[in-house]
Each structure stands twice: as structure tokens, then as C-alpha cells.
Design a protein around this ligand. Structure first.
Ligand SMILES: Cc1ncc(COP(=O)(O)O)c(C=O)c1O
Length: 399
């Protein structure tokens, strides 16, 4: 009998984190790698936010805080929802954890019984199915085709709902595709959800602030407020304010859920760092300029990537409306052979080959949607230009 639990043997370490680590190792060994695998902005945390963290340390804000975050941080989060999303929450409807990831984990742990189903639209962020398995739920993958711009077809959603469905996860803009739902599309999904009142909606809005082409972000509650009694919004400071290492995420939802989340967190991490909480207040209150500037930079990089990759017709890149990722279709390369005669059978083989050729990308299989790979354009223009060159010349060598 294994000493380790079945739950943990069924899950994998996060593939994106392992690829980044492999790329780092190759770099340390002296190999030049263009890293398109990173899941974080390459910018530094803004100075005003760093200063708020330093001030908190100097002022002795270094003790335990309430489990769901300090009163000041709760207020900043409530203000953010009102100002940016026109949504009203009370303090008892807010939780704060060590990153959006922990907030999601807590919410699922608080609600899932063995065998409960969670509908996860694919391509999906790598952690949703594994967190589901860890809490003994059943991931129910809902394929969102390229033809439907990687978004949920409402009828397909309805077909996946059973009486064991507990949650639908809605990630817009999405990691890995950057697809973002319009108001109308959200309304169409809401219509289905209104027919199934036992299904809760988890909105993962981590990429809310990285959107392009003057599009406007909408949360499903902004188009159908009656879903509020069964919607949990997850957000955080990692992506919007370049604060991945500070480990701060937050959630807003019905107070019964927050109460259970709070119990779990009080018996695990207790709360996230007090210093991060003070820095997050500054990030939430005073980052309009930072967000605006980064949006422009990310959009320019996205467009640069597209202008380069389109020179090679066998790769089909999907234009993201948000996030800093591009999902690139590579089915035309399947079955081709490397110079040593080995065949590229799938996107994993292709990603391995690209890494050998000096570019780190994440295979689509990790996101539950094969014959694609994900690149992150959270890197410099020079790297984007050189990385595209390397991808194209590596692919052209395949016969
Ligand atoms: C879609 C999505 N949700 C949640 C997270 C979690 O972010 P964090 O735990 O850093 O807040 C990530 C991170 O990559 C993500 O891409």
C-alpha cells in the first residue's frame, strides 16, 4: 500500500512551472533559450507598491492579520469592485488568500464532495483539473472549439450539466487563449445557468486588466445580477500589477461560502503576508497609469508577435483579446520528421523539439486542447523577434 494518498498520485506538478524550470536550467548551463513559457509579466512591481510594502515593514505591520485580510484591504477590494465593475459587496463577502490559486483551492475544498462535477471549459488553465482532483471532485471538460473562438457554446454547456454539477468555471480573458466573452455571450450563458439553479459560477478574472483593442471587460454579474447568490469572483494582484511573488489573491461571493473558506484558511495558511496586504492596497487604489501603460506595451508585443509569426503559414495563431498569451495551432506539423528521423507525433514532441532549438513554449496538451502550443509575450521585443525566427526556422527544418 502506498504511503501517499491517491489524490496526490493522480495529480501532476504544474506543467507550466516545470517547463519554465527546465528552460531556466538550460539557461544556467549556458544554452541560449528564448523563454516564451512564463506565466507572469516581465515588468517589475511598480515603485509606489513596493514602497507601500517597505512602509508596512518599517511601521511594524508584521503581525498576524484577520484570516480574510485586513479591514483596509477589504475596503480597497470592495472599492475596486464598485469602481471597476459596478458590483457591490460587503466585508463578509470578501476573502483574501495566497494568490488566486489558493482562493480557488479554498472555494473548491469548501464545496466539493467526492464525485461532484466541475465543468471546466477547455483549453483551460492547467490548475483547474488538478485542484478539482485534489478535492476529490470530477473535472468535466467542455471543449470550446477554435471555430467558436475558444468560447463556450451555450448548448454544449447545457449538455454537460448533470445533477452532480457544482460549478462552472468561467475564465475571461482566458489563459491560454486570451479569448474574452462579450456582454451578449455572457447573457447567452446566463440564460442556460438560470435554468439550472444548483450550478454555481466561478469567475476567474485574473486577466481583467490586460485587454486590447479598446474592448471592455464584463463579468457575468454585470449582465445578470440575479446570479449573484451563486457566483464567486476570483481575482488577484499577480498579473495586473506585476506582483506574482507577493502571493495575494482575493475572492468575492456569498457570505456562507466566504465563512467556510475562512474556516479552511484559518487551519492552513491563516492568511497571506501582512506586508503583501499593505502593498496590495496601494496596487488596487493607485495603478491606473501602470495598467494603461502595460496594456499598450502588451498590445504592441502581441501585434509584433503576429506580424512575425504570420510569415510562416503552417502555424495558425489565435488573436487574443486579452492576457499575454497566444495559442498557436500546429496541427500541420504533426507527423513531420526531425533531422534525426524521429517523428513529431504531438504538441509535446514539438515543444520538446523547440526547446532543443532554443525556444521554450508550453504544449497544448497541458491545457487540455492538443495540436496547439502556448507562447507568452510577456518578454522583450528583441526576444519576440528572435523567438519567432527560431520557431520558424526550427519548424521549416521538419520534413
Ligand atoms: C487563469 C489563472 N487563474 C489564476 C491564476 C493564479 O494566479 P495567482 O495565484 O498568482 O494569483 C493564474 C496564474 O497563472 C491564471 O493564469
Amino acid at each position: 500500500m502506498s504511503f501517499f494518498s491517491k489524490k496526490v498520485t493522480r495529480i501532476q506538478p504544474s506543467p507550466t512551472i516545470s517547463i519554465t524550470a527546465k528552460a531556466k536550467k538550460l539557461k544556467q548551463e549556458g544554452k541560449k533559450i528564448i523563454d516564451f513559457s512564463a506565466g507572469e509579466p516581465d515588468f517589475d512591481t511598480p515603485d509606489n507598491v513596493k514602497d507601500a510594502g517597505i512602509k508596512a515593514i518599517k511601521e511594524g505591520q508584521t503581525k498576524y492579520t484577520p484570516v480574510n485580510g485586513t479591514k483596509e484591504l477589504n475596503e480597497a477590494i470592495i472599492k475596486k469592485f464598485k469602481r471597476e465593475n459596478n458590483l457591490v459587496f460587503n466585508p463578509e463577502e470578501i476573502t483574501v488568500g495566497c494568490g488566486g490559486k489558493q482562493v480557488i483551492y479554498n472555494a473548491l475544498l469548501a464545496t466539493i464532495e467526492k464525485g461532484d462535477e466541475i465543468i471546466i471549459p477547455s483549453p483551460f488553465w492547467v490548475s483547474y483539473p488538478d485542484i478539482t482532483i485534489l478535492v476529490e471532485g470530477e473535472p468535466v471538460v467542455l471543449d470550446c472549439s477554435l471555430e467558436n473562438n475558444f468560447k463556450i457554446n451555450p448548448q454544449d454547456l447545457e449538455n454537460k450539466i448533470t445533477n452532480r454539477t457544482k460549478w462552472l468555471i468561467l475564465n475571461s480573458p482566458s489563459n491560454p487563449t486570451g479569448a474574452m466573452y462579450t456582454e451578449q455571450e455572457l447573457q447567452n450563458l446566463a440564460k442556460i445557468l438560470l435554468k439550472h439553479p444548483h450550478v454555481w459560477i466561478m469567475c476567474d478574472d485574473l486577466y481583467e486588466h490586460i485587454i486590447f483593442d479598446d474592448l471592455e471587460f464584463k463579468n457575468i454579474l454585470q449582465v445578470e445580477s440575479s446570479l449573484k447568490s451563486r457566483t464567486f469572483i476570483v481575482n488577484g494582484v499577480s498579473k495586473a500589477y506585476a506582483m506574482t511573488g507577493w502571493r495575494l489573491g482575493y475572492g468575492a461571493g456569498p457570505k456562507e461560502l466566504i465563512k467556510e473558506i475562512s474556516k479552511i484558511q484559518s487551519q492552513s495558511t491563516t492568511h497571506t503576508s501582512s506586508i503583501s496586504q499593505f502593498a496590495a492596497i496601494e496596487a488596487l487604489d493607485n495603478s491606473d497609469e501602470f495598467i494603461k501603460k502595460n496594456k499598450t506595451i502588451f498590445q504592441e508585443r502581441r501585434d509584433l508577435f503576429f506580424s512575425k509569426i504570420k510569415e510562416y503559414q503552417s502555424l495558425k495563431a489565435f488573436l487574443p483579446q486579452g492576457s499575454f498569451y497566444v495559442y498557436v495551432g500546429c496541427d500541420e506539423l504533426m507527423g513531420k520528421k526531425k533531422e534525426d528521423g524521429t517523428e513529431i507525433k504531438n504538441d509535446l514532441d514539438l515543444s520538446d523539439y523547440l526547446l532543443d532549438e532554443g525556444v521554450a513554449v508550453v504544449p497544448g496538451e497541458a491545457f487540455g486542447y492538443s495540436n496547439f502550443f502556448r507562447i507568452s509575450f510577456a518578454t522583450s521585443n528583441e526576444n519576440i523577434i528572435e523567438g519567432c525566427k527560431k520557431i520558424i526556422s526550427a519548424c521549416q527544418k521538419l520534413k
